[in-house]
Design a protein around this ligand. Sequence first.
Ligand code: ATP
Length: 895
Amino acid sequence: MPPGLRLAKSSYQRVFMDYYLTPVADVAAALATTPAGLDAATAGQRLAEHGPNQLANAQQKTIGQLVLHQLADVMILVLLAAAGVSVLIGEAKSAYVILAIVGLNAVIGFVQEYRADKALEALQKMAASHAQVLRDGQPRAILTAELVPGDVVLLEAGNVIPADVRFLEAFALKVDESSLTGESGNVEKTVAALPPGDYPLGDRLNLGYKGTSVTNGRATAYVVATGMRTELGQIATLIQTAEVVTPLQKRLGTLGKRLSVGVLVIAALFFGVGWLRGEPWENLLLVSISLAIAALPEALPALVTVSLALGAGRLMKSHALIRKLPAVETLGSVTYICTDKTGTLTLNQMTVQDLYEVPAVVLAGLADRNALLTALALNTDATCGPENQWLGDSTEVALARYAAEKDYARPALETQFPRLAELPFDSERRCMTTLHQTQQGVLVLTKGAAGALYQQLTAGQQSSLADLTRRVDAQAAQGYRVLAYGAKMLPEMPPDLTPAAIETDLTFLGFASLMDPPREEARQAVAECKTAGIIPVMITGDHKLTAQAIAEKLGIISSPEELVLTGPELTALDEPAFAAVVEKVRVYARVDPAQKLRIISALQARHQFVAMTGDGVNDAPALKNADIGIAMGINGTEVAKEAAALILLDDNFATIVKAVKHGRRIYDNIIKFIRYLLAGSVGEITALFCAPFFGLPIPLLAIHILWINLITDGLPGLALAYEPAEKRSMQRPPIDPRQTIFADGVGWFILGIGLLIGALTIGTQTWAIGQGLPHWQTMTFTVLCFSQLGLSLAIRSRRESIFSLGLLSNKTMLGAVLLTVGLHLTILYVPFCNTLFSTQPLTVAELGIAVAIASVVFWAVEIQKLIFRRRGATPARVAAPAARPSGAAVAGHAG
Ligand code: ATP
């Protein structure tokens, strides 16, 4: 029995063994698998046996839990208490109505939350990671959740290890295990069994753990444990997953608590005053409870979640996949978008536009072949498939394709000059080298950024460098990416295969100028950013002049004050010097991913709210530290995606700007909802609380208040979430994430309109009683209801008149208002409802008067907007620059 093997069976069953002490072949036998992987049928059986490869806390709420959640709401409990009180005081009728309303409310809440949960679930499915496995001997991408023990996974740099695995092949494999072991730095992995002994997790060098990331090299590995049986799963049982709360939700929570205290005091006062006035206490108690319910916005935080989840669903339709819900809200606050160039601002469709050849370079061994074209064809990782489809990095493809079109195809040349070794491209060295066998010896071909290659040329060529640099700069200034080529011949394969030893003493062959056209939609998006008070910044590894030329074409740079900074220039600046210019820099060229972090912190220190894109493994820290980390969906590595709050499914800059627009819309609608709800509450409190002071009876019954609170407020309120973006939402500065809910006159609006609603209600009551109208209470009730409906229509825009918006631009709202009117007329005119709701049918004249009085609120808001427009004022959101939120408020989006 191999060392460490505690239990192994000939056919696969659950096996527990110390895989790190066991030779690979025995691991395979114990897992009943082979290096060619499992077949689909076995994998299916094992999936049924082991369950999905996911952590238990990722499971969704059940329908039962959702229903319970509705009923556990404080407001519902208060309502149930009210029903209990009604029964006690012999008002069984009220109790039924209250229960019916509770039921209806629970149904509406359930449907909304269920839809939101489904939307989130769909998002999670979209964001679900995939793993490359061998199934039936063929490489295949499957959902990580479908991995089973015995699967053979293929791993490469940028992958997150999808399950606990035992490596069977590893090439220069390095893994970052800090997420699991807490120890930073990369661990080099091996395949050999470890000598017997007891090893902590970090020392089990031939094992890889779920959730850790491959930073270098590639590997093949057997899955040994999945789901909760992985090391991560063991810890996950100890971790309570905290629900994500957005900054706005936090503020609403605090507001809710303060309001609760205030409202309880008011309700108690109301009860006390009424009692002293000799009102029947049963009635007072019911109305006091109703008053408290009317005024409390308990449902607000939940409604924000619903809005955000539905918003996230909509964002996905615009190709922006939300990974962290708070991002939906905070997108509206972005002041800087720092973006990569290739593929995001440009099309990532490189083509060679021009070649510059050093005349008369003859490389021995190439006979009379053109040296530069041979280098183009041989020094490449691009391949051409049987149907002429090219695979590989776009720069590589452009160069290889150009050579192939000139009859220098890679396969034919590689047969003659087989590749012996390569030094792959890395973005710090900015070079790549291949070594080939020729009859004269080993041919070394290097290509890379001109500046990097020039440093490696033989001493004899240094004199022509000034001329070469001038030529390259001239090309770069037109927006070309310039790649220079050098070569040398060695008698034999060198023992030391490092860049320092190989990439020296090269003979310059020439250079190729490539063009990657800017995206047309990016130009428009840049312009839109600028009117929206957002500054787009390009961060690229490319040449300063290339970057500058593209930035100018896109409009990122439009004045001499806007700066271009290179990586080396950035390194030379100390913190105060960088802080002084950071807000003026529009392009960072030749920067390393590590410098992105410095850019983010400098901007954040200047109170900017930063969105940052990234695709590589080393972009992950920047993505985590940005206020909104954005990963590329097509070209991004999994590590980058896991670190990001948002994934761009189409890698397109314009999509970021669309997402910001959505973010602003969603935030605006939440604020509209708050304005609507709170203005209504202030109106109800004013009417109920003040009437007795004017010597009037209590204007409404408890049932009426509940009706208004749940139906009149609820239906149109929810419909506000469907309001399209304000016309000028991208023509005003970003939303300050630290701004209170009541900023920009929102507080005054709530107070003013609330008092107006209250005054109209009391006015109607006074007038109707004075006229001796027996239906005074139903009239008052109708005025209160309809004035809020009018408000819901007028509040749809902060600036535009409803007449220019058109009723049909939010059909959900129109439907909600019509439905509410219909329901209200039902309880007014259906005799059975009259008894239930203690209402009386109004005459046409009474109804007409009620509608006319109620419409005052609608006109008041429309006139207020007219004055705004006349003054040419857009309700300002913030004074730029937007201030950063305090520590507590940012917690949600720092990720
Ligand atoms: P962007 O931000 O525009 O996407 P990047 O930051 O990804 O650019 P890199 O791919 O790191 O840029 O390239 C940096 C420089 O390295 C390029 O300007 C080019 O000169 C050189 N380079 C890029 N690809 C290769 C390659 N395949 N072989 C050799 N040199 C390359």
